[in-house]
Design a protein around this ligand. Structure first.
Ligand code: DGL
Length: 241
């Protein structure tokens, strides 16, 4: 069994990529919308929150865990990997992909405050800085996406992204942001998007092989910490979109 979690439904953008390559496993998707947003939480709080989730998933029998949240990955992955004796796969903003592309154009990286100010992000940025990257902390954006507030999302993007018109690449450094690619294009035009999802799929495939996890009938279980019925409906909607 494989456990996947995020602060809500953003991680479904990662899960969808996982299912394209690795459909035949038993998955539990844990949406922690009760604690959303993660992006503004202190390190201490986030470690406690994610520790509880990993503990729960372990008790449910998960053999591999995927942190489908850039913020929780950046802040908590070392703590969780040290504490638990199972593979914990963590997503990271796709800076390497843009660096490897060796592009001349400018890049805009969008992420939460938690990700942007983390030590892990600073290290990653230093490693793949091609001197043409704008960093934009998107305070409050993941909450709007989680709540599905379309007109407020559009107003937010207009106010915060218009100044970056002309960039060639956009790194979506929060798993909620791939859900609003169309709206971002309305402001920035036909940009290229990058996410860390493919890196997660690659690593998960490697771990499944290493753990000798056998394929089974595809099974997906959804859990939301707020227990709002609406969440489950939206989960299936995003997944099957
Ligand atoms: N989806 C999460 C991420 O990738 C965080 C959103 C939030 O709860 O702030 O960073």
């Amino acid at each position: 069994m494989i456990g996947i979690f995020d602060s809500g439904l953003g991680g479904v953008t990662v899960f969808k990529e996982i299912l394209k390559t690795l459909p035949n496993y038993h998955y539990i998707y844990y949406s922690d919308s009760l604690n959303n947003p993660y992006g503004d939480k202190s390190e201490e709080d986030l470690v406690k929150i994610t520790d509880n989730i990993v503990n729960y998933l372990l008790n449910r029998g998960c053999q591999i865990i995927v942190i489908a949240c850039n913020t929780a990955s950046a802040i908590c992955k070392c703590y969780l990997r040290n504490k638990y004796n199972i593979p914990i796969i963590a997503i990271e903003p796709a800076l390497k992909q843009v660096y490897d592309k060796n592009t001349q154009g400018k890049t805009l990286l969008l992420a939460t405050k938690g990700t942007m100010y983390s030590l892990k992000f600073k290290e990653l940025y230093k490693k793949y800085d091609n001197k043409a990257i704008y960093l934009k902390e998107c305070h409050g954006l993941a909450d709007l996406i989680e709540a599905g507030l379309e007109s407020q999302i559009k107003a937010y993007l207009k106010e915060n992204l218009t100044q970056f018109k002309g960039v060639e690449n956009v790194i979506l450094g929060c798993t909620h942001y791939p859900l609003i690619q169309k709206e971002i294009k309305e402001i920035l035009g036909d940009v290229n998007f990058y996410t860390g999802a493919l890196g997660v799929v690659k690593e998960l495939k490697r771990m499944i092989e290493a753990q000798k996890l056998s394929e089974t009938n595809k099974k997906i279980e959804f859990i939301d910490s707020s227990k709002e019925q609406r969440k489950e409906e939206r989960f299936w909607q995003i997944l099957n979109d």
